[in-house]
Design a protein around this ligand. Structure first.
Ligand SMILES: [Zn+2]
Length: 135
């Protein structure tokens, strides 16, 4: 373990104990980034290593928290419908067979801030009975 410092574009340096840059980024995001309601968003991180090297990481994904399943067994995801091509990736929807929550996955999402494409994104959608879309 060593002390790294990590910040977002508009943030303050935060000291993070980690083994490497990847670990420092993950730990920073766990502690300081708020998972958005519903869908993945991306942030720019700057990591200062113990040897004073500054590393900029663009489009670091902050995934949304998975809403809880009312079923005591937890979500049971089944893929609903066909995966559709999207740019160089695919999108598809998983649906919980217990509560109907939809998990939309996209392997070619775009970070609107940096314009970077080909990112993994996840989005949770809870439909009321009336707007449920049959497959
Ligand atoms: Zn569920």
């Amino acid at each position: 373990m060593a002390t790294y410092h990590v910040k977002q574009t508009e943030g303050d340096w935060q000291p993070i104990e980690a083994d490497d840059v990847e670990g420092a980024s993950e730990s920073y995001v766990d502690q300081y980034a708020d998972p958005a309601e519903g869908s993945t968003y991306w942030i720019v991180l700057t990591v200062l290593t113990p040897t004073a090297e500054e590393i900029r990481i663009e489009s670091y994904a902050v995934d949304p928290l998975e809403p809880e399943c009312p079923s005591s067994a937890g979500h049971h995801w089944t893929t609903s419908g066909q995966a559709r091509g999207n740019g160089g990736g695919v999108r598809w929807v998983d649906r919980c067979s217990h509560c109907g929550l939809e998990r939309h996955r996209d392997t070619w999402a775009q970070d609107r801030v940096t314009g970077r494409q080909g990112l993994d994104a996840v989005r949770y959608v809870r439909r009321s009975e009336s707007e449920a879309v049959p497959n």
